[in-house]
Design a protein around this ligand. Structure first.
Ligand code: MBD
Ligand code: FE
Length: 296
């Protein structure tokens, strides 16, 4: 059987009717895009001669995997692909420069304490190195960004994030804060050094990655959002430049320019890291994407 089967009028009519092409109502953009998705799926089924059992196996995987889509999407590289796509579109518009964006991941929690001045993110005892990070948020001409809010979140030394910790041993918003910066754009916080994250063993994401011959580990990292009036919202992360596994990330988030090397002195790792924001062309660029996020 070859691909022309999908082009037969019987199959084409099915795809049209299934996506309401013969109906007035509905969302036209959704109807068009879903039709393309279904046609591409049909072509893949034919090209690989997918059996009935394989087909239902995939349906079963997707149903079981729904609770871990937040991990599967970065794991198969799609969340990083969206960054590459946004970067490429920016480049087309001449919008280059600034701190690189990289994926948000599924573990942000809205509503973290809003703090001013030097913040201490870690509320729970954690027997590991202290991380002290500071720097400045600047704009494209080197100007300090005024009135920014820097959101920061990271795992504890066991690789668990508060709110998503299956051991339930963390205080709400441990290792999370929103830091309100003032006129000079300077920030400083202390925290406890995170450990890398691993997907839950034997869950759908883990099973998929193993079936691909891959692992589900992320190197240690710290997440940031920065929002400020007049600037494009930045979503990014840092890894640690002296971590031998810094680039071995199942979620493909490691990027050049996001690998500061800590200055380790005794029990403290110091990182100086400046962020550069791009100027916003309109208000739509200042805010968050419409992703559904956890809140507490
Ligand atoms: C994480 O901590 C993370 O940042 C991503 C992208 C996926 C899983 C866990
Ligand atoms: Fe993370």
């Amino acid at each position: 059987m070859d691909a022309s089967f999908v082009k037969t009028s019987e199959v084409q009519t099915l795809l049209d009717r299934a996506t309401g092409q013969d109906q007035e109502g509905g969302n036209p953009r959704l109807k068009t895009i879903l039709r393309d998705i279904l046609e591409a799926t049909a072509e893949i089924i034919v090209r690989h001669d997918i059996s009935e059992s394989e087909f239902w196996g995939a349906v079963n995987f997707l149903s079981q995997g729904a609770s871990e889509f937040g991990l599967i999407v970065p794991g198969v590289g799609l969340e990083h692909f969206i960054d590459l796509f946004l970067d490429a579109k920016d480049k087309e518009k001449g919008l280059t420069g600034g701190t690189p964006r990289t994926i948000e991941g599924p573990l942000y929690v809205a509503g973290a304490p809003l703090v001013e001045g030097e913040a201490n993110l870690t509320k729970d005892a954690d027997d590991t190195e202290t991380l002290r990070m500071n720097g400045q948020v600047r704009g494209p001409d080197g100007e300090p960004v005024k009135d920014a809010i820097l959101h920061v979140w990271h795992a504890n030394s066991q690789g668990w994030y508060s709110h998503f910790d299956p051991t339930r041993e963390q205080t709400p918003f441990n290792n999370r804060a929103r830091i309100k910066l003032d006129g000079d754009g300077r920030y400083a916080f202390q925290s406890k050094m995170p450990q890398g994250y691993s997907v839950p063993p034997d869950g759908p994401a883990d099973r998929l990655l193993k079936a691909l011959g891959r692992h589900g580990n992320r190197p240690a990292h710290v997440h940031f959002f920065i929002e400020a009036p007049g600037y494009r919202k930045l979503t990014t992360q840092i890894n640690f430049g002296d971590d031998p596994f810094a680039a071995d990330d199942f979620a493909f988030a490691t990027r050049e320019g996001l690998l500061p090397v800590p200055n380790r002195q005794g029990e403290i790792a110091y990182i100086a890291f400046d962020f550069e924001l791009q100027r916003a062309a309109g208000q739509g660029e200042e805010g968050f994407s419409a992703r559904t996020r956890a809140a507490a």
